[in-house]
Write a protein that binds this ligand. Structure first.
Ligand code: NAP
Length: 244
């Protein structure tokens, strides 16, 4: 396969939500630890060389909607990708096609895991934003003219970064855009035995205008495991998966 293996690994409530009040319940916390260990633990089930995240997920969890410190008079940066040596074992692959995220550091910490930030931009991103990333010593790659070209991104991750197996880590919009285009091999779902019925929180997948369609996709069950506290881990292969 001339692209990395992609597993979408997500934790949801019993009503299919990926964030919200249910997360504060003790049984959710146990499921969340299981979720972490499957993909990030010392005995992780998956080979996880990096994880892909949508811009909203990054702002909600790491950059907290800070504005980037832009210099409108910055000298014109060289065209193309800007790639520095990796500082940690894993990459955090940040989909930020317009160049919005106000990074403060070129690494981040998620529980016990530290990761090197790799920004994924398109050619519509301003010179000032690319200059900002360079000043922060944050690597970036260009994948697409004005919208994300997933096939090109995966080609670079495989052939430039030599990544064989990466996690599609949400949120809902990012996940669905990869699945719609056939660029997800496996779905790994840890279900907490908790629900909150909220009408306002996103579910596992979400189509977004100009990013993805709502064409149905089917899945084939691979395995089911349970934990004492009633959490369930489901794995599926994705029926429409294709090579890059
Ligand atoms: N429970 C879990 O396992 C889990 C895991 C991850 C995240 N989450 C939660 O999920 C929530 C966010 O989910 P979300 O669905 O609202 O947002 P998201 O998928 O994190 O981010 C959506 C944004 O990412 C960019 N994007 C995503 N796919 C793109 C594509 N194919 N092409 C171009 N741009 C793309 C766009 O950014 P622009 O708007 O800048 O164009 C889009 O608006 C967060 O609160 C997070 O905490 C939960």
């Amino acid at each position: 396969m001339n692209r990395p293996y992609i597993f979408c690994h997500m934790a949801t409530s019993l009503d299919g939500k990926i964030m919200g009040k249910y997360m504060g319940e003790p049984k959710s916390k146990l499921a969340s630890d299981w979720f972490y260990n499957i993909a990030f633990g010392e005995q992780a089930h998956y080979k996880n060389q990096g994880w892909l995240s949508g811009r909203t997920t990054t702002d909600d969890n790491f950059t907290h909607y800070k504005k980037p410190d832009l210099n409108a008079d910055a000298p014109i940066v060289p065209e193309g990708d800007f790639i520095l040596p990796k500082k940690t074992d894993k990459y955090y692959i940040s989909i930020d096609t317009s160049g919005k995220l106000g990074w403060q550091s070129n690494t981040l910490k998620y529980k016990d895991t530290t990761a090197t930030v790799l920004e994924v931009l398109t050619n519509k991103v301003s010179n000032a934003y690319k200059d900002f990333l360079r000043r922060k010593e944050i690597s970036y790659i260009i994948a697409g003219e004005d919208s994300l070209d997933i096939a090109l991104l995966l080609d670079k991750l495989k052939n430039v970064f030599h990544l064989d197996s990466i996690m599609l880590g949400g949120g809902a919009v990012l996940n669905w855009s990869f699945i719609q285009e056939g660029f997800c091999d496996e779905l790994s779902l840890v279900l907490s035995p908790v629900a909150d019925g909220s009408p306002d929180t996103p579910a596992l997948f979400e189509a977004r205008k100009n990013i993805s369609e709502d064409t149905p996709v089917s899945f084939t069950l691979k395995n089911i495991e349970t934990k004492d506290n009633s959490s369930v881990w489901l794995t599926y292969s994705v029926d429409n998966r294709k090579d890059a």
